[in-house]
Design a protein around this ligand. Structure first.
Ligand SMILES: [Zn+2]
Length: 317
């Protein structure tokens, strides 16, 4: 075996190990220990935290609408926590998915089986139906199996959809090529709340699913458009992390713009991905480096995002 071949094999093994350990991590998570924390955001809007993405909930006399549903084993606890708020005994009428990832759609099947109607962007249904690889086009890679039929959204939309319930026009709007190619941001205008899905997260450098049509540029655009239109005191539910405000969103957008500009400059100077990593071009933003997306993984993300490599965009109907 020559040196190049051996190196290729070692890389392949290393990549598989990373993939397996991430998958194993998700499977081994002990959901029996997870407690659902409920926070009143404003009026009749609540935020639920457990494991996976934050849930936004409109709870009122017409029933309950939730945005995202974490993981299947938590569905009963989520339903119990909603009942515990003490406003209604009614089950969840509608579930809106912000995007297709399993930590936001894992509860789709049990909620649907219990009578909820699932709503999401066209590409959420497509990606759930087919399964496929999520990743940053580099070291982060996760395999998704095709979802069960009962987990697929029944109502899908291309641009936006509005659910009129509890005296509010709850609007889900699609923003293209952000965290994935099927993201929606959900607005609760009467209560002055917005759920940003994973276009806005608080865990450091964001995971951008470039392999599923996501891009840093799309997230920046979505954040700039929404911050320009939303009231200054809007309450922001992030995809992951603590309840936020527009200043938090602006700081996050600034980081994305600055780091994108640095990688773009390196691309213009014809630097390779390895050179960018070796030169630690994102060192000034090191505090955003996390366990999930470290600085090198974020350089890969921006590199692939800006060059259009590794992206795979699903055409709309
Ligand atoms: Zn996600």
């Amino acid at each position: 075996m020559n040196r190049v071949m051996r190196l290729a094999m070692i890389c392949a093994v290393a990549a598989t190990t990373t993939l397996l350990s991430r998958t194993a991590l998700a499977q081994q998570q002990d959901f029996s220990k997870v407690e659902i924390k409920v926070t009143k955001v404003s009026g009749n809007i609540y935020m639920l935290e457990g494991a996976g993405g934050n849930i936004g909930a409109s709870v009122g006399e017409d029933g309950i609408v939730i945005v995202d549903d974490q993981f299947a084993p938590l569905a009963e606890k989520i339903q119990a926590a909603l009942k515990n708020i003490g406003v209604t005994d009614k089950p969840v009428r509608f579930v809106i998915n912000t995007h297709y990832h399993g930590d936001h759609t894992g509860g789709n099947e049990p909620f649907n089986t219990a009578g909820s109607t699932l709503i999401a962007h066209d590409n959420v249904r497509k990606r759930l139906e087919t399964g496929g690889t999520a990743g940053n086009g580099g070291s982060i890679k996760m395999e998704n199996k095709p979802a069960a039929k009962a987990a697929l959204p029944i109502i899908t939309f291309q641009h936006d959809v509005t659910v009129h319930l509890n005296g509010e026009d709850i609007r889900a709007m699609h923003f293209p090529l952000g965290h994935t190619d099927g993201d929606s941001i959900i607005f609760f205008p009467k209560n002055n709340v917005v759920h940003m899905g994973d276009d806005f997260v608080r865990y450091g450098f964001p995971f951008i699913d470039v392999a599923s049509g996501g891009s840093a540029q799309g997230i920046i655009e979505a954040m700039e458009k929404t911050t320009a239109q939303l009231p200054a005191d809007v309450k922001v539910i992030p995809g992951h992390g603590a309840l936020s405000n527009l200043d938090d969103v602006r700081a996050y957008t600034k980081m994305l713009k600055e780091t994108s500009a640095v990688v773009q400059k390196a691309l213009d100077a014809h630097k390779t991905l390895d050179q960018m990593k070796q030169e630690k071009i994102l060192a000034p933003w090191e505090k955003f480096s996390g366990q999930f997306v470290n600085t090198d993984a974020f350089i890969e993300t921006l590199y692939n995002s800006l060059t259009g490599h590794k992206g795979e965009f699903l055409k709309h109907n």
